[in-house]
Design a protein around this ligand. Structure first.
Ligand SMILES: *Cc1c(COP(=O)(O)O)cnc(C)c1O
Length: 395
């Protein structure tokens, strides 16, 4: 292959994270929590190294570092650090970067766990947080307090209405460290660092591991920044497990085919939902009706498997819908092989105040669907039947 021809991300996803000294096609599982040193000097060296993966597994581990190096490569980053969950990564970024007296700017539409971290944990540590409308780049800039704002934390696409942040504008913010939770759009679809963003964060529990069999998170960026996070993370203790890293790396190998198939099915289902008399509104970045459709096409290669829609009918139509599907299962996650439906108002967002719910675009009728890998005809028929049932039963 010619040196000047960069490989495609689909190919990189197959090649990344392999060790020259391991002939196994699948990564080796190093379950060991500790590794024997050859001498006192090398033990001392490893104890202070951010990259030693054969010292003690809370610091680093060969299976975990195989996943980390694959992620760094796919993100176009110098380095990556894996965590015990997506929230492990989010907490490390926020609490590893910010101290008492510092200020953070984040957005109103946000994953519920991150929202709780910003509203309940940050104030306890004297970290001040401002919430902006993610879709308005000017609001981000206006909320920054020079010298005080250490972090701008975005999520795109965002929970649950799939609003987007203009990554080029966000990445051009000077001063604070910029971080994007890109869980809904893995590297095959969106690479925030290409837009100048400093940290890209994923709950790899979702599309990246992709089979509902791993709980793991990851943050990628410049080596210096990831090393800084490492210094906090070894004390935070939310390090990724080798077993979950193995599953996450396995997931990366098939990510592009899974994501593209889910995106194709989701577009079809979003169109179907838009045409259904039992549906009030549909949010999907791939639909021309999405207010940021043009932006989505500029910054995402593929629109993903998440669709959020409002069921028409009485106030319990949303709940009835998630109880009426048979192929789509009622479970809170996304990016796996099974199509899932959730009712945010009563589950993930149940702790929110009514005006916070409204700001997040969530009503009683709102349903979030993660499109899986079943045949599109079957999911559509399942939805069609469940919508009619939910609509008529709730009236
Ligand atoms: C699930 C999720 C998280 C948290 O990840 P966990 O692996 O569950 O800790 C963070 N952000 C987004 C957007 C998510 O969907």
């Amino acid at each position: 292959m010619a040196d000047d021809q960069p490989i495609h991300i689909e190919t990189a996803a197959i090649m990344a994270g392999r060790r020259a000294d391991e002939p196994g096609l699948a990564p080796a599982l190093h379950a060991s929590s500790a590794f024997e040193a050859t001498d006192a000097g090398s033990a001392a060296e490893m104890a202070g190294s951010t990259t030693a993966d054969r010292f003690y597994s809370r610091y680093g581990n060969p299976t975990v570092s195989a996943f980390e190096s694959a992620m760094a490569e796919l993100e176009g980053a110098e380095a990556a650090r894996a965590f015990a969950s997506g929230m492990g990564a989010v907490a490390a970024v926020v609490l590893g970067i910010c101290s008492t007296g510092d200020h953070v700017v984040t957005q109103r539409q946000l994953y519920a766990g991150s929202h709780l971290l910003f509203t309940s944990v940050c104030p306890r540590f004297g970290i001040d947080v401002s919430f902006v409308d993610a879709t308005d780049p000017d609001e981000w800039e206006a909320a920054i307090r020079p010298g005080k704002t250490m972090l701008c934390f975005a999520e795109s696409p965002a929970n649950p209405r799939l609003a987007l942040v203009d990554l080029a504008r966000f990445g051009s913010i000077a001063g604070p460290i910029t971080a994007v939770d890109s869980t809904f759009a893995p590297p095959v679809a969106q690479r925030p660092l290409e837009f100048g963003v400093k940290l890209s964060i994923h709950s790899a529990t979702k599309s990246i591991a992709g089979h509902n069999d791993a709980t793991i998170g990851v943050a990628s960026g410049e080596r210096e920044l990831v090393d800084w996070l490492w210094g906090f993370a070894v004390l935070q203790g939310a390090n990724a497990s080798p077993f979950d890293s193995l599953n996450a790396l396995r997931g990366l190998r098939t990510l592009s085919v899974r994501y593209d198939r889910q995106s194709a099915t989701a577009l079809r289902l979003a169109r179907f939902l838009e045409g259904s008399p039992y549906v009030e509104s549909v949010s999907y970045p791939g639909l021309e009706s999405h207010p940021q459709h043009e932006l989505a096409r500029r910054q995402m290669r593929s629109m993903g498997g998440l669709i959020t829609f409002d069921v028409a009918g009485g106030t319990d139509a949303g709940r009835r819908l998630v109880e009426s599907t048979t192929i789509a299962r009622l479970a809170t996650s996304l990016g796996g092989p099974e199509t899932l439906v959730t009712h945010p108002a009563s589950t993930t967002h149940a702790g929110m105040l009514p005006d916070e719910l409204r700001a997040g675009g969530i009503s009683e009728g709102t349903v979030r669907m993660s499109v899986g890998l079943e045949h599109p005809d079957d999911i559509e028929a399942d939805l069609d039947a469940a919508l009619s049932l939910a609509f008529h039963a709730s009236r």
